[in-house]
Design a protein around this ligand. Structure first.
Ligand code: LHQ
Length: 264
């Protein structure tokens, strides 16, 4: 896969997707958004890939929407309809990332702002470098959180913290992000990619279909009652039980040996 603003590497069952516009802290341009859609669609359907890492080149993870293209029209007095831009870009990308059937680890290497937070929050795990910082940023340019942040942020840190982060938009460091539950772990910058790779490789050895079904059912449960969720669990469990990995897991347990999952 060859892209203008992304670098995609494969190492066995783990793929690393690197946002590649370091001069703008990996701000999300329409090109980068379209390339992410393409790469994640391909990796999600690639039977050889069982774990994905998302990270950024340089000192930024992602500074959110690339604002540079707005200067000229705004100075001319144009008033934008951002909904077209959102529906065509983030509104496809963020659900695709959140619901991709592979486990995704965000290796948060640096600055995160605006829709960059949404990108990180749509991943299943967030490991942050001790150099990372986070700001919601939207309010500072007179916008509401978008790219799924109104959904993802309160669900990750709770309503009170989400409102504080969204309305005040303070820039918080990695230790504060950890204390809020915004990230799972903070590691020294030099260890970030090794830690992220170890986690993705560990996930890649697990039953990949059960991971995909867990993600899907958690997402569905957010819209359902307890009783409805339990009905879905029962139905989805039939899909999980139909996998080779379910049989292998049970037999390996009973034979007192480590399981060898294949992702099938
Ligand atoms: C950037 C950006 C950027 C372009 C840094 N774009 N160049 C928005 C509008 C449209 C459609 C609907 O959706 C959205 C969703 C959103 O994501 S809204 C939020 C957009 N993001 C922001 O408002 C964040 C803007 N950036 C910042 O506040 C700061 O750059 C942060 C706090 C992220 C980092 O600050 P510093 O570490 O001090 O870095 P810096 O400001 O010096 O930035 C480095 C370079 O990156 C600089 O370029 P330069 O040529 O001067 O070196 C910035 O202009 C550029 N850059 N963010 N979003």
């Amino acid at each position: 896969m060859s892209y203008e603003q992304l670098i995609v590497d494969r190492d066995g069952a783990v793929a690393t997707v690197r946002l590649n516009n370091a001069a703008r802290l990996n701000a999300l341009s329409p090109t980068m958004t379209a390339e992410l859609l393409d790469a994640l669609t391909a990796l999600g359907g690639d039977g050889e890939i069982r774990g994905i890492i998302l990270t950024g080149e340089g000192r930024g993870f992602s500074a959110g929407a690339d604002l540079s293209a707005l200067q000229e029209p705004y100075l001319k007095g144009e008033r934008p309809r951002l909904s077209f831009f959102l529906k065509d870009g983030y509104n496809k990308l963020i659900p695709l990332l959140a619901e991709t059937p592979k486990p995704v680890v965000a290796a948060v290497n640096g600055v995160v702002a605006g829709a960059g937070n949404s990108l990180a929050l749509a991943c299943d795990f967030r490991i942050a470098s001790d150099q990372a910082s986070f700001t919601t940023a939207f309010v500072k340019i007179g916008l509401i959180p978008d790219a799924g942040s109104c959904y993802l942020l309160p669900r990750t840190v709770g309503m009170a913290r989400a409102l504080e982060l969204a309305l005040l938009s303070d820039r918080i460091d990695a230790a504060t992000a950890l204390s809020l539950g915004l990230v799972n772990k903070v590691v020294p910058a030099d260890d970030l990619m090794q830690e992220a790779h170890a986690l993705a490789a560990r996930l890649a050895e697990l039953p990949t279909t059960a991971i995909a079904l867990t993600k899907r059912t958690f997402n569905e449960a957010a819209r359902l009652s307890l009783a409805e969720t339990m009905d879905r669990e029962a139905e989805v469990q039939d899909e999980a039980a139909a996998t080779d990995d379910h049989i292998e897991g049970v037999i390996a347990f009973l034979e007192k040996r480590p399981p060898a999952f294949t992702g099938r």
